[in-house]
Design a protein around this ligand. Sequence first.
Ligand code: NAP
Length: 522
Amino acid sequence: MHELHSYLEGSWVRGSGEATTLLNHATEEIVGTTVTRGLDMGSALGHARAVGGPALRSLTFAERGDILRQLADAIVGIRKELLLLSTINNGATRSDSKFDIDGASFTLQAYAELGAELGDSRWLVDGQAVELARSKRFAGMHIKTPRLGAAVHVNAFNFPAWGLAEKLAVALLAGMPVVTKPATATGLTAWRMTQAFVETGALPEGALSFIAGSAGDLIDHLQFGDVLAFTGSSGLGRRFKSAPHLAAGGVPVNVEADSLNAAVVGPDVDRDGDTFAMAMRDIFRDMTQKTGQKCTAIRRVLVPEDLVEDAIEGLVEAADRLKIGDPRQETVRMGPVVSAAQRTDVLEGLGELATATTKIRGSGRPSALHGVDGDKGFFVDVHLFAASDPAASMAADIVHDREVFGPAATILPYDGSVEQATALLARGGGGLVASVYTDDRRFTRDMLLAAAPYHGRLHLGSRRVAESAPGPGTVMPQLVHGGPGRAGAGEELGGIRGLDLYMQRTAVQGYKPLIEKLLDGT
Ligand code: NAP
């Protein structure tokens, strides 16, 4: 059993009072404990601002990038151990664990490379000088410099490793110290990863703080100069966004919240072709990878009416073949959801979907479980629903609004038109990613332009990429992650774009040769 400590003001510390337990969600055994009560969050933030900030700002992008490279190597160095911890505390199969942990090192490495590319400067120059008066002497430019406070990162339970790393990579490269907090229920991997980061000796004092458990009053201490990046439920995201002290201090609050991501199968798609097979593969992977606990998972499947039976048949067959059980077993392909509370929420959501649609498959707890003792573990079967009239009020309210964060999706028949597909996509109120499967160029273009304003990312599936695309659920560091509306209206990653959250853009005007020389980035 692991006793998790927080890393604050350069020391590993533990709070006092009754500890919270972390479980193996397949067996319900206790695998760790943590307590943060009594830890001084205000002082920890002050240390990050006063010590970590200046240390990071004194480094060039290349030097910050080199730190990220060492952090990526640290993950690789304890990869086997992390995979095991992920399996016992995240309910994740080996393949799901790799997705999280390799995703973390890959993202850190990608930003390490960006740091090397940005080289010896400490700030970014944004665009060229523009002449502002009749005289060529007076001109203006834009620069971006690191914000002077601390970046607070609050993460969801589903990607404890990647979630920590993707935010950390961007903030450190921008030059901001980080106070990071994983969700308590799955904090084990993030805690061990942070230990490895600290052990590298690469991080300047105060550059990284880690809260192993409840954040206490951390958010109350945020002030001008700080940044809050939150991933989690939309309700909490809204609360942070509207917190009066954050608004008054002008603290940027980036929210990555929930999303009812959709897949659209185009009217040209042939049931026996590669594009249909790709769509079915992606949809089923998203329903079951990480037991459907992915913010990018496909929840709504828009299929032309004449392909509905084929889609149902394909997904049900795949679900029937899937081995569910203790993720430590090699043959198991789907583990439990991550807590009793999560299971309750998923089962409630499935019940709501069943009232508005036809249930095709799924019966709460799976009837066959591998390597599981009795009724232990927070297991949920793969559920598939079909809505006969997805635009009708009751189905629409639930299917397009209730995020069931588990192994479930709903088939929505549509007439094959861009107009109807877009109208249904729009009911989601803004999403992280939508996928369009088609080999028709015109349908692709029309869908792309119609769907883009509702989404942060569009995944275009076709026979040309059927063998090479990793699917819509994989978030790449080079592309932005986030989405409008209920998805939180936030934006992370996207290569250099991600740094904007942690940097202040300033317009500088004056004598052109002077500002060009002063702001050349080095
Ligand atoms: P959650 O209940 O909103 O919790 C998210 C995080 O907020 C956890 O670390 C939680 O800590 C923390 N938290 C709760 N109250 C806090 C407070 N007063 N101050 C500071 N932190 C606080 O969400 P979740 O159940 O972990 O995650 C599931 C949701 O996240 C889903 O809706 C999913 O769609 C969304 N999600 C979105 C993305 C995305 O990128 N858009 C990615 C993953 C997940 P404790 O665990 O200690 O309570």
